[in-house]
Unconditional design. Structure first.
Length: 118
C-alpha cells in the first residue's frame, strides 16, 4: 500500500504562482510514476502532468509552458510548480501514483483545492 501526502494549494490571483507537493510512503516499489490530476467545478478529473520512472514527463496542453513537474527522489516527493495561474486552473488537485501492475489500481491523494480569482 502507498500513502500520498499532499501539501500546498490555496488561493491565488491570476498570474501568480503556487507550488503543490506530494510525498509518497509505503510500498514505493509498486509505483511506476507520479503526477497530478485535477477536477474543476462540474468537470471530470483530468491529467495535469505525470512523470514516469525514466524521468519522462507528460503535460496537458492547457498547462504546457506554465506548470513544471519535478521530482526529489531521495524524499519520494513530486512537486508541481504552477506559474501564470488562470481562473480556469481552479480545481481540486489530486496527487497520483501509477500502480506498476495496472493503472486501475493507482494510488490517489485526498486532493488539495486551488482557487484562482480576482
Amino acid at each position: 500500500q502507498v500513502r500520498l501526502l499532499e501539501s500546498g494549494g490555496g488561493f491565488a490571483h491570476p498570474g501568480e504562482s503556487l507550488t503543490l507537493s506530494c510525498k509518497a510512503s509505503g510500498s514505493l516499489f509498486s509505483i511506476a510514476g507520479m503526477g497530478w490530476y485535477r477536477q474543476g467545478p462540474g468537470k471530470e478529473r483530468e491529467l495535469v502532468a505525470e512523470m514516469t520512472d525514466d524521468g519522462s514527463t507528460n503535460y496537458a496542453d492547457a498547462v504546457k509552458g506554465r506548470f513544471i513537474l519535478s521530482k526529489d527522489d531521495p524524499m519520494n516527493t513530486v512537486y508541481l510548480q504552477m506559474n501564470g495561474l488562470k481562473p480556469e486552473d481552479t480545481a481540486v488537485y489530486y496527487c497520483n501514483a501509477a500502480y506498476r501492475w495496472g493503472r486501475e489500481n493507482d494510488y490517489w491523494g485526498q486532493g488539495t483545492p486551488v482557487t484562482v480569482s480576482e
